[in-house]
Ligand binder design. Structure first.
Ligand code: 6PG
Length: 246
């Protein structure tokens, strides 16, 4: 696999959010149905941007065409909260997608929201290693088929926030983060775990993100997302408002 980063990754710009969302749903459906061997593992992002995608995936024709029984759903990050809390990413996904499609409960892999945050990160790492079938990554064998990421206007992605110790983590697959400028303690995949993806996709929408997109594509070191790489390929899915080139 070639491997790509935020500079070399491909960029697709769509007229608006709806078009960008529909493109991504169609692409995910194609990938998931084309993969005939083994599970299709996808890590989902939280926040507001992907919510229209999750809602769309729960409507026809997607709801009856996704191979839900073969899909394994993980999270890129979550706020360390009980899943029924209104700001839980997993709770949001349950409401918009998982409760509305025939995905087996055992195919859902939420980050724990109770106990201690450190224990939650450790147990999620154990779950990922069990799924992967090894404790260290093999150069050409990804953990995730798709890793869906968002982007904050400060250049954070998942819960990899500026200036946080987690940015230096090169061994653990999952870590905690207490962002000074965002609510709640977080559990997040680390750079090495995100790298272990066949496809990394940034879904970014709105004029408020245009500057961050430009910085991250230029690999500005002040933006944690600039260091994101993919074992396979990386792609940007943008609406025109978020595109620096539009
Ligand atoms: C989270 C996310 C986070 C998100 C960005 C963008 O838990 O909040 O995973 O990384 O993707 O903050 O958020 P918006 O899509 O709401 O702008």
């Amino acid at each position: 696999m070639a491997g790509q980063d935020t500079r070399t990754g491909s960029v697709s710009v769509f007229a608006d959010r709806e078009e960008a969302t529909r493109h991504l749903a169609d692409w995910l459906l194609q990938l998931a149905t084309e993969k005939t061997e083994g599970p299709f593992a996808i890590a989902l992002s939280g926040g507001s941007t992907p919510q229209s995608l999750y809602s769309l995936m729960a409507t026809e024709p997607y709801a009856s065409r996704f191979p839900w029984a073969r899909m394994q759903f993980f999270l890129g990050d979550d706020r360390f909260l009980p899943h029924d809390h209104e700001d839980s990413n997993f709770g949001m996904m349950q409401r918009l997608l998982f409760s509305r499609v025939p995905v087996p409960a055992e195919n859902l892999h939420p980050m724990p929201g109770i106990g201690t945050a450190e224990d939650a990160a450790r147990s999620y790492e154990t779950r990922l290693k069990q799924f992967y079938g090894a404790d260290t990554f093999e150069a050409d064998r990804p953990l995730f088929d798709v890793n869906l990421l968002g982007l904050g206007s400060d250049g954070h992605t998942a819960s990899l926030f500026p200036g946080q110790p987690v940015l230096k983590e090169q061994t653990a697959w999952v870590a905690t983060c207490v962002p000074p400028a965002a609510p709640y303690t977080r559990i997040t995949l680390t750079y090495p775990a995100i790298h272990a993806s066949r496809h990394v996709v940034f879904l970014v929408e709105g004029a408020g993100k245009k500057e961050a997109v430009a910085k991250v594509r230029a690999q500005d070191p002040s933006c944690p997302a600039s260091a994101i790489t993919a074992m396979g390929d990386l792609r940007w899915v943008l609406d025109r408002a978020a595109s620096p080139d539009a």
